[in-house]
Design a protein around this ligand. Structure first.
Ligand SMILES: C[S@@+](CC[C@H](N)C(=O)[O-])C[C@H]1O[C@@H](n2cnc3c(N)ncnc32)[C@H](O)[C@@H]1O
Length: 227
């Protein structure tokens, strides 16, 4: 590793056994201001700032009492939630193991498993008022396939939100390629008072990642969890 290429910029020499791609990734990480900030402020991921910035714009965290974090690993979003809402109940789920986060319940399982929704609600102890999803499928490098796989996760997360949210609740999810597809957006608009897309500054410019923020859930006609 060497200093060079401008003030404070860290260059990474391609080492034997390290691909050019991973060298670029390492160099980007070392020079990313959000990575540095996350380290300084004790967040496990730079993703923490995406949620913070989305909340600054849309204000969905305020007043939330029961929150579900889909795709929680390594835990940056839940850390933000816990710091902002120390009294709220938070349950997260991920395929990957996650180090414990004080005050949060973490399930290591596939959200697509049939019993995942019931497990989440049982752990939460009631209907959520905020469902967050930062889930992304592992990319295979084929843009259409990657987008489709992530859209499958978004659709499942949206269905879960519609089946469980308290009236007035919110749903925030990562989507790809400029937004959710038009049929899904139409469905969201039927179920929520406001549906907006945003790309927070912490989301890398080169990435196709965007977020959809749906607020003001209109409620189910036949709630699964009676009020
Ligand atoms: C971008 S990361 C989430 C980062 C997190 N928001 C944070 O702030 O630390 C996306 C996560 O989604 C998880 N994921 C993808 N598919 C999943 C599934 N079917 N069930 C549960 N988690 C899943 C991945 O394992 C990965 O950890």
């Amino acid at each position: 590793m060497s200093r060079g290429g401008g003030r404070g910029h860290t260059r990474v020499r391609t080492a034997r056994g390290r691909s050019a791609q991973s060298t670029r990734w390492l160099e980007r990480q070392l020079n990313d201001p959000y990575v540095k900030r996350a380290k300084a402020e004790g967040f496990r991921s730079r993703a923490a700032y995406k949620l913070t910035e989305l909340d600054e714009k849309f204000g969905f965290l305020k007043g939330s009492k029961r929150i579900v974090d889909l795709g929680i690993a390594p835990g940056g979003w839940t850390q933000v939630v816990r710091r902002r809402l120390p009294k709220a109940a938070v349950v997260g789920i991920d395929l990957l193991p996650v180090d414990p986060i004080d005050g949060a319940t973490i399930l290591q399982m596939d959200f697509m498993d049939d019993d995942a929704p019931d497990r989440l609600i049982a752990e939460l102890g009631g209907a959520p008022d905020l469902v967050l999803s930062d889930m992304a499928a592992n990319t295979v490098g084929h843009p259409q396939t990657d987008a489709l796989r992530t859209m499958g996760l978004v659709e499942a997360a949206f269905a879960f939100a519609c089946e469980t949210l308290e009236p007035g609740g919110a749903f925030v999810a990562k989507v790809f390629a400029g937004g959710a597809d038009s049929a899904l957006v139409a469905d969201m608009k039927r179920n929520f008072a406001s549906v907006k897309h945003a790309k927070p500054p912490a989301s890398r410019k080169g990435s196709v990642e965007w977020y959809v923020v749906a607020q003001g859930f209109k409620g189910r006609a036949d709630p699964l969890i009676p009020a």
